[in-house]
Write a protein that binds this ligand. Sequence first.
Ligand code: ADP
Ligand code: AMP
Length: 217
Amino acid sequence: MFIVILGPPGAGKGTQAARIARSLRIPQVATGDMFRKHLGEGTELGWLARSFMDAGALVPDEVVCEMVQDRLQEPDCAEGALLDGFPRSLAQSEFLDRMLAERGQRVDRVVSLVVPDEEVVSRMGGRRTCLSCGATYHVRFSPPKVEGVCDRCGQPLVQRPDDREDTVRARLATYHRQTSPIVEHYRQGGVVLDVDGVGSIDAISEAIARGIEAVRR
Ligand code: ADP
Ligand code: AMP
């Protein structure tokens, strides 16, 4: 099953994606995490992505699409994946649809997390991220067991440089301009599950799980 999770930055995509991927036993493919890994390793791709990420802009479509294509060709993605942060433009969604169609597959479900901009801005200040495994926490709403340390892998947690308020506002503008039209693109295909992303993390997970279960039956 191929599931796309969409929503503005800070909507809770990563938080929910980890839970869905675990319960469906499919890999979570998070393009932002992939770029941050490249950045940490100092690769050429990491350097290329950096200026776009710092500006709250999208990394060019060709670069992202090639990276995702390579990842989806790995054996663990043969039967499905949970795409978190991809696609982010109409060109990327068309690329994904085409790539899956060539394999006789399709995007089965698009989870659209709906969260107002001001909620996003207030959430991002408290986000802490593990650059090693991609896990995200919130100092108040979802704290780690030990302050500053990842529950999952024990590595230190950091505040992402692009979570500063001015960059968050730039990322929100990018989302509204370039990414939100994708929801309408998939709505025409009848696969969109709209989920209110404001509320407890557990209640949102349950709403997503119910919506996905309805499609699998
Ligand atoms: P995204 O992947 O969409 O950018 P994250 O999953 O990293 O978003 O969530 C953004 C921040 O908000 C994180 O600090 C996360 O712990 C927190 N968060 C996630 N879901 C909720 C929620 N339902 N209520 C409050 N905070 C949340
Ligand atoms: P995220 O971790 O999903 O919030 O992504 C962080 C940043 O990585 C974004 O602000 C973009 O600059 C870049 N990025 C991640 N995924 C994509 C994508 N699908 N297309 C273009 N840029 C992306």
